[in-house]
Design a protein around this ligand. Structure first.
Ligand code: SF4
Length: 71
């Protein structure tokens, strides 16, 4: 099961079976990643650059993103 969350410019793709639940995402961008809430990722709460940087820090590869601006 893959979950997707978009801010319009990019789509964050989360693969729960890969997630190590390390919490690094929530520590880095606490306004975006809220594990206790649904939806747990609020892609509109940070800039696209901040989201891309954070996704690069995910240790398990559970998070990735795709660009929505290139049609
Ligand atoms: S940083 Fe990646 S592995 Fe860690 S909780 Fe977030 S999505 Fe899961």
């Amino acid at each position: 099961m893959i979950k997707e969350y978009t801010n319009g410019e990019i789509t964050i793709v989360w693969q729960p079976e890969k997630c190590a639940h390390s919490g690094i995402c929530a520590k880095t961008l606490p306004d975006v990643y809220k594990p206790q809430e649904r939806p747990w990722i609020r892609a509109d709460k940070a800039t696209t650059a901040e989201l891309k940087h954070q996704i690069g820090l995910c240790p398990s590869g559970a998070l990735s993103w795709r660009d929505n601006t290139h049609k």
